[in-house]
Design a protein around this ligand. Structure first.
Ligand code: C2E
Ligand code: MG
Ligand code: MG
Ligand code: MG
Length: 290
C-alpha cells in the first residue's frame, strides 16, 4: 500500500520542480517582453531635509506593470534580471526615463537631485556612466542632479569599488551606499571610499525606539557616518517618533511613507512646491489643506 504513495510523492515533487523551472524560464521571456514593450515605468519617492522640511530630491524606483495588469516587485524581478543577464538593458531604460523626468524636475527646481539604483554590472561597466551622461545632456540635465546608489554587494571588492567611485564622482555624480549595514562591507575600507551619502537601511529605522540590539547598531552606524564626514539619508521612515529620533541623532535627510510614497514625476513636482511653500511660511500662516 506504501508504494503508490511514494510514487505519488515523487510525481508531485517532479511536477513542482518542473513548474519552478518553467516559471523561471518564462520569467526570462517575460522580462524580455517587458523590455521590448516598455512595460517598465518609474515612480519617485521624496527625500526630505529634516531640519527644514524641504524636499531636496527623490529616489527613482522602477515598476513593472505586466500585460495582465499584475504588478511584480522589483525585489523579485531585479535579481531575476541580474541573473538572466538583462539588468543592463533594464538600467538603460531606467536611465532614459529618469533623464526625461529630470528635465521636467530641474526646470522648476534646479537644485534637486534624483537617485538611481545601480546594480553591480551597471557600476562596473564604463558604458553605463557614459550613456547616462549623454542622456542627461540631451535632456538638458546635469550629472550634478543625479545621485547614484550602490549597494555594498554591488561594489564587489574594495579595490574595484575605489576605482568605480572615483570615476563616478569625478564625472560629477553624487554617490550613496544603499542599504548600509545589511551587506558585508569592511569598515576599514569604507574610510577610504570616495562617497557623499550613507543610506541607513529601513531595518535599522524600524528598530528605533525599541530596546532591540538593532537599535543600538543603528546609532553606531550614524556615528560611523558622522566620523567619516558623510551625510546620511534614513530610509523607510514611517512614524514621527522615528523621525524625531533620527533628527536628534543628527541624521540630515530621510525618506519614507511618513513624508511620501513613491509617485509619478508630475506629482513629485507638485509635492516639492507644496513643501517649499510650507517651509517658507511660519506654521501659523500655513493654509489648511482640503
Ligand atoms: P531600495 O533602493 O532600498 O529602495 C527602498 C525601498 O523601500 C523601495 O521599495 C521603497 O518603495 C520602499 N520604501 C520606502 N519608504 C518606505 C516606508 O516608509 N515603508 C515601507 N514599508 N517601504 C518603504 P521598492 O520600490 O519595492 O524597491 C525595492 C528595491 O528594488 C530597492 O530597494 C532597490 O534595491 C530595487 N530597485 C528599485 N528600483 C530599482 C531600479 O530602478 N534599478 C535597480 N537596479 N534596482 C531597483
Ligand atoms: Mg535605493
Ligand atoms: Mg535603500
Ligand atoms: Mg532598502
Amino acid at each position: 500500500r506504501l508504494v503508490p504513495l511514494y510514487l505519488l510523492g515523487g510525481l508531485l515533487l517532479a511536477g513542482a520542480i518542473y513548474a519552478l523551472a518553467r516559471q523561471r524560464l518564462s520569467f526570462k521571456a517575460d522580462l524580455r517582453y517587458a523590455l521590448e514593450h516598455k512595460q517598465f515605468y518609474m515612480v519617485y519617492q521624496p527625500v526630505m531635509e529634516l531640519a527644514t522640511g524641504r524636499c531636496v530630491g527623490a529616489e527613482a524606483l522602477i515598476r513593472w506593470n505586466q500585460s495582465d495588469g499584475q504588478m511584480v516587485s522589483p525585489l523579485v524581478f531585479i535579481p531575476a534580471a541580474e541573473e538572466h543577464g538583462l539588468i543592463q538593458q533594464v538600467t538603460l531604460q531606467v536611465m532614459e526615463m529618469v533623464a526625461r523626468d529630470a528635465a521636467d524636475l530641474i526646470r522648476d527646481y534646479p537644485e534637486t537631485h534624483i537617485a538611481i539604483n545601480f546594480s553591480a554590472e551597471d557600476l562596473h561597466s564604463p558604458e553605463t556612466e557614459a550613456r547616462l551622461q549623454t542622456l542627461l545632456k540631451d535632456a538638458g540635465a546635469a550629472s550634478s542632479n543625479i545621485l547614484i546608489e550602490a549597494t555594498e554587494r554591488g561594489l564587489m571588492t574594495p579595490e574595484k569599488a575605489k576605482a568605480v567611485l572615483i570615476s563616478v564622482r569625478s564625472s560629477g555624480f553624487k554617490v550613496a551606499i544603499d542599504d548600509f549595514g545589511t551587506g558585508n562591507s569592511s569598515l576599514s575600507y569604507l574610510a577610504t571610499y570616495d562617497l557623499d551619502f550613507l543610506k541607513i537601511d529601513k531595518m535599522f529605522v524600524d528598530a528605533l525606539g525599541s530596546d532591540a540590539p538593532t537599535a543600538r547598531v543603528a546609532f553606531h552606524i550614524i556615528e560611523i557616518a558622522r566620523s567619516l564626514g558623510l551625510q546620511m539619508i534614513a530610509e523607510g521612515v514611517e512614524t514621527q517618533a522615528q523621525c524625531d529620533i533620527l533628527t536628534g541623532a543628527g541624521v540630515q535627510y530621510a525618506q519614507g511613507w511618513l513624508f511620501g510614497k513613491p509617485m509619478p514625476m508630475r506629482s513629485l513636482v507638485e509635492f516639492i512646491g507644496q513643501r517649499h511653500r510650507l517651509a517658507d511660511v511660519p506654521p501659523e500662516h500655513v493654509p489648511a489643506t482640503t
